[in-house]
Design a binder for this molecule. Structure first.
Ligand code: GCO
Ligand code: MN
Ligand code: MN
Length: 391
């Protein structure tokens, strides 16, 4: 036991599909046996996780009878209560079955769209029965290869119809549930609609019940689009829309790797934890810290639990490093905001008077530009905190 051992207060969660990943990939078969959901609950609790998340079919196999479903749910609930675990988030598998080969909510076939809504309403009922407060939508098959197959504007309208319909369902049932939309640029489709968190944030503003809809950004997905993840998360937080987060790691320019949190681009992981934990003084993210990642294909089951503990430990280590970095007087001096009482009040809230005063300011652009900002020193300080030689 040490300070980096996870506890329930850390609110760490994993999906059944993450630690349960059998290592099957497009080039090879499974390398690990499937794990029974109640067993995953027990093992995650032993590792120090707070909760477990699921797709409908991670728990209840596709096509199960009502009696089988109820028996499975009963056993799973017993495991949750035996091990003090919760289900903060649930979602629907709208990508596995061949019916979804050309999308679910955006499909050209009304039968497919109807089936997707039916399946999602059932999965919402299941999630709520297990206590979920957040419902994730990841439209893995909502996209195209032969892009002429549908007008992308129609795809957007169909996605809006589906989300408005499902918000209506949740409200009609009086469920205490919010939606979180997850963007991804490609994979499994050649292109997926709403490729980034920024696209999702705009789309949400067009929904009928936009207050109950936020985002679920994922490290790997924003990286696949070549974008800095922490900026997407910051925009979501600033808009009050960070309802959930998928933590993992990813090398830029690759397929969706879903690696152990912090195992690639440690600097970005550090900046992300710093942002989520509010160590700079800004608001802290209060939701679950969910790991949407899986163990390397080289691992047996022991390696899976090494992977899970690794995700949580790295998060906690980065949190301590971020606290030390932001408390370091040399850092604070370098990032202290430049204040100018004569100028600051003129910069927001337009009035004609402010515009006139702004025009009258004597600002010497060359003298202002000549000042070095010492970001080399700032970044090196960050590296030294990160590498453990400072703080
Ligand atoms: C991916 C996605 C998924 C989703 C999950 C929840 O495989 O790229 O990240 O893991 O997060 O299906 O809907
Ligand atoms: Mn992913
Ligand atoms: Mn994800």
């Amino acid at each position: 036991m040490d300070a980096f051992n996870p506890t329930k207060d850390d609110r760490f969660t994993f999906g059944l599909w993450t630690v349960g990943n059998t290592g099957r990939d497009p080039f090879g078969d499974a390398v690990r046996k499937p794990l029974a959901p109640p067993y995953v609950v027990k093992k995650l609790a032993e590792c120090g996780a707070w909760g477990v998340n699921l797709h409908d079919n991670d728990l209840v196999p596709f096509g199960s009878s009502a009696a089988t479903r109820d028996a499975i749910v009963r056993d799973f609930k017993a495991a949750l209560s035996d091990h003090g675990m919760c289900v903060p988030m649930a979602t629907t598998n709208l990508f596995g079955h061949p019916i979804f080969k050309d999308g679910a909510f955006s499909s050209n076939d009304p039968k497919v769209r109807a089936f997707a809504l039916k399946k999602t309403m059932d999965a919402i009922d299941l999630g709520v029965e297990l206590g979920a407060k957040i419902y994730v939508f990841w439209g893995g098959r909502e996209g195209a290869e032969a892009d002429a197959c549908r007008d992308p504007r129609v795809a957007i309208q169909r996605m809006r119809d589906a989300l408005d319909f499902l918000c209506g369902y949740v409200r009609d049932q009086n469920y205490d549930l919010k939606f979180a939309l997850e963007a991804k640029p490609n994979e499994p489709r050649g292109d997926i609609y709403f490729p980034t968190t920024g696209h999702m944030l705009h789309f949400i503003e067009t929904l009928h019940h936009k207050d109950m809809v936020g985002v679920n950004p994922e490290v790997a997905h924003e990286n696949m689009a070549g974008l800095p993840f922490q900026h997407a998360v910051a925009q979501a937080m600033e808009a009050g829309k960070l309802f959930h987060i998928d933590l993992n790691a990813q090398k830029i320019g690759r397929y969706d790797q879903d690696l152990r949190f912090g195992s690639e681009d440690v600097k970005q992981a550090f900046l992300l934890v710093r942002l989520l934990e509010g160590t700079t003084g800004g608001p802290r993210y209060a939701g679950p810290r969910h790991f949407d990642a899986h163990a390397y294909r080289t691992e047996d089951e022991d390696g899976v639990w090494d992977f899970a503990r690794g995700c949580m430990r790295t998060y906690k280590i980065l949190k301590v490093r971020a606290q030390a970095f932001d408390a370091d007087p040399s850092v604070r001096e370098l990032i202290a905001p430049t204040k100018d009482p004569a100028i600051d009040p003129l910069l927001s809230g337009y009035t004609r008077d402010k515009a006139t005063k702004l025009r009258q300011l004597a600002i010497d652009p060359d003298a202002t530009a000549a000042r070095g900002l010492r970001y080399e020193r700032l970044d090196q300080l960050m590296m030294e905190h990160l590498l453990g030689v400072r703080g």
